[in-house]
Ligand binder design. Structure first.
Ligand SMILES: [Cu+2]
Length: 122
């Protein structure tokens, strides 16, 4: 009987945990050089999925992604991502970001403004 109660208590605690989609996925973007671009440029993902940017270029790229819900996009703290990604074969040549809220997340490179991409979170 004690074991059953313990089992039910564990089940109950489990129900209180945040719901994470069982199919939460990890998507990948390659940062390429010559020409500078994010490949693929667009990802359509689901809430809870992650995107990993991996720099395969020989120079630093700065990923800047405004928060979609904020009006003032000029301040650094209004950014969802504001991170340098080191050149390939070095440390910190990859960043991961999990998207918790639905929305459209356009981003660009702070060092090469013609580099841009888009993450759509459903
Ligand atoms: Cu760049």
């Amino acid at each position: 009987m004690g074991a059953v109660i313990l089992f039910l208590a564990v089940l109950g605690l489990g129900l209180l945990q945040p719901v994470i989609p069982s199919s939460a996925g990890e998507f990948r973007v390659v940062i390429a050089g010559g020409p500078n671009e994010f490949v693929p440029q667009t990802h359509q993902i689901r809430q809870g999925d992650s995107v990993a940017w991996e720099n395969q270029d020989t120079v630093v790229h700065l990923i800047m992604m405004p928060k979609p819900s904020l009006k003032n996009r000029e301040t650094a703290d209004a950014l969802e991502i504001n991170t340098d990604v080191a050149p390939k074969d070095g440390r910190d040549n990859r960043i991961d970001h999990q998207f918790q809220r639905p929305g459209r997340y356009p981003y660009f490179c702070g060092r090469h403004p013609d580099m841009w991409g888009l993450v759509v979170v459903e």
